[in-house]
Design a protein around this ligand. Structure first.
Ligand SMILES: Cc1cc2nc3c(=O)[nH]c(=O)nc-3n(C[C@H](O)[C@H](O)[C@H](O)COP(=O)(O)O)c2cc1C
Length: 251
């Protein structure tokens, strides 16, 4: 049986146009508390949020993200920071060394926690009537974000989210690949995945046409255009500068 939570999740979509109405401070505090209750690996709580309300700073973030108007128009921008500074300080308090940020496992664990928290934060915001879009565009220039937000070593800005009151006209819910090519029973089914891609190319084409955006690419064309290059090419260098290392054996 469906319920309000399921309905909200089924209706979620990225909101890129905002009315300009403010985000109420008590709502923001509730959203932050709800986000904080997300699970984290080993209860390490290796995520910190930087809440940006200052419009000039939001405009700077929009520029860092490649000139995204959907960021510049947000009332609040929240950066989700992978934070092994906190755990490192905790380890020092316990008199132990701290190596995890110099391992692939650390980076993967931190990134998973960030994703979970992003979803909790956005779901809480939507339940209060706000709109959001995740912004990975900040990884276009992590160094600029690190400087702008004063992020110390062993931290990294992985993704952000816009927050604001949605404008009157909202986009339609974007369809996904067929459910049976996404959620597979017992074993991965490459045939279903291939068939799903072909079917989805048609579905998404129709959907863009219905939105009056006939020039938008199909799934295969769009994905190919992103993934034929490494579109954010400085992540390894920026991670290294912050004290991270993507390796199995921490040195
Ligand atoms: C990690 C992540 C990063 C994203 N970065 C951006 C971004 O920089 N700018 C943007 O407009 N949308 C961004 N998106 C939103 C996706 O484009 C969007 O989720 C996808 O097209 C599906 O549309 P929907 O969210 O409306 O269902 C991002 C989404 C995720 C999960």
């Amino acid at each position: 049986m469906s319920n309000a939570v399921i309905q909200q999740l089924l209706n979620r979509r990225s909101i890129r146009q905002f009315s300009g109405e403010p985000v109420r401070e008590e709502d923001l505090q509730l959203i932050l508390k709800a986000a904080q209750q997300a699970p984290t690996s080993v209860n390490g709580q290796q995520v910190s949020l930087i809440v940006t309300r200052d419009k000039d700073t939001i405009r700077k973030i929009a520029e860092i993200a490649g000139g995204q108007p959907q960021v510049a128009g947000a009332e609040v921008f929240i950066t989700l920071v992978m934070d092994f500074n906190r755990t490192s300080e905790a380890a020092a308090l316990a008199g132990e060394k701290h190596l995890i940020e110099r391992s692939a496992e650390g980076i993967v664990a931190g990134a998973v926690d960030i994703g979970i928290m992003l979803q909790a934060l956005q779901t809480a915001a939507e339940s209060l009537g706000y709109g959001t879009t995740p912004i990975g565009g900040i990884r276009r220039d992590p160094g600029a974000m690190i400087e702008l937000l004063g992020l110390p070593a062993k931290t990294f800005p992985l993704v952000g989210t816009t927050l604001g009151v949605p404008a009157a006209t909202r986009p339609q819910v974007k369809p996904r690949v067929p459910l049976d090519s996404f959620a597979m029973n017992e074993r991965y089914d490459t045939g279903k995945v291939s068939a799903g891609i072909r079917q989805y190319d048609v579905t998404l084409r129709q959907w863009w046409d219905e939105q009056g955006l006939g020039t938008m690419p199909t799934y295969s064309t769009s994905t190919a255009s992103y993934y034929k290059t490494v579109y954010f090419p400085t992540i390894a260098a920026d991670l290294t500068r912050q004290g991270f290392l993507f390796a199995d054996q921490a040195d």
